[in-house]
Design a protein around this ligand. Structure first.
Ligand SMILES: [Zn+2]
Length: 299
């Protein structure tokens, strides 16, 4: 309490109040305490800090340099200071008068199959590769984890090893976020209607062979970005039901393959009914485009 600004607990107490309210309304689980050193952050209300150019005044710290200028004009409401991967960040909520204009309509629709080999296969045949940062850094990650486990609890070396590990996690996350943002922005710009599969990602992650590849691609995050960006731009995301067999259905004749006729390994197949040859992912993306009906919106 003596080390930190008195402003830090003020908003925390108000946020705890919100958490209890949400709990009593049945909207959230019972609030739990956050651990020190784990997702460290605190918030300041707008009367508790000041911004001047590339500096922010934080109570009891004084003026602190920031890397970027605030890009938005409007009333600053709140600042949250957080620590991620050994670095400090401030995020600010700004109340703005103008609302961004929706993007131009293109009249184009697309179906997307989320695969493991290529991240995305579009129904127009485009393949978009995404970096899989976790795969690339897996060895380094294991080494750093081992190093951490060799250190004594509470020691200085343990702190250092922890910071190194969290920096790497942060780096992996940044690479993934950056590529997903580029992809989703491009898709929302290019298409008015985007059809995707309602992924049972949790079920898929239970399958060990697939789990690492899937979490590495960030499917959940992909869907989240797609939904909020289309909402902002006046466009639409649709999905097909979880049980719809997008891979096993022939997009030419709507013939559905039998239980064991299409294994995960089979990338190409020939429809036994109409003899059309299909690429697994492209066929799936066409089916998704033609059969998506549920409209997804941000909560
Ligand atoms: Zn067919």
């Amino acid at each position: 309490m003596l080390e930190v600004t008195k402003c830090a607990p003020q908003l925390a107490i108000m946020q705890l109040g919100d958490a209890y309210n949400n709990f009593f309304k049945g909207l959230a689980k019972y609030p739990t305490a956050r651990k020190k050193g784990h997702d460290d952050r605190f918030s300041l209300s707008n009367d508790q800090f000041a911004i001047k150019g590339k500096s922010i005044r934080i109570p009891s710290l004084g003026w602190v340099r920031i890397k970027e200028l605030l890009r938005f004009d409007g009333k600053i409401m709140l600042a949250t200071i957080s620590k991620r991967g050994g670095k400090w960040f401030v995020s600010m909520a700004v109340e703005m008068q103008e609302v961004a204009l929706p993007a131009k309509k293109t009249g184009k629709s697309v179906g997307i199959d989320l695969g493991i080999t290529d991240l995305l296969v579009l129904s127009d045949g485009t393949k978009i590769k995404a970096p899989k940062p976790l795969g690339r850094y897996l060895r380094k990650l294991r080494t750093l984890n081992k190093n951490l486990n060799r250190t004594k609890k509470g020691s200085k070396n343990r702190e250092k090893a922890k910071t190194k590990l969290s920096r790497l996690h942060y780096k992996i996350r940044c690479i993934r976020q950056d590529s997903l943002h580029q992809i989703t922005t491009k898709l929302v710009k290019e298409f008015d209607v985007i059809a995707i599969e309602d992924l049972n990602v949790k079920g898929m992650v239970k399958n060990r062979r697939l789990s690492r590849a899937i979490s590495d691609l960030g499917f959940f995050e992909f869907e989240r970005q797609l939904i909020y960006k289309t909402d902002e731009q006046g466009k639409t995301v649709k999905s097909v039901g979880r049980l719809y067999p997008s891979s096993k259905t022939c997009s030419n004749y709507n013939h559905i393959l039998g239980k064991d006729e299409l294994t995960l390994k089979m990338r190409d197949w020939i429809c036994p009914v109409c003899q059309v040859s299909h690429n697994r992912d492209l066929n799936a993306s066409i089916n998704i485009l033609n059969n998506a009906t549920v409209i997804l919106t941000a909560a």
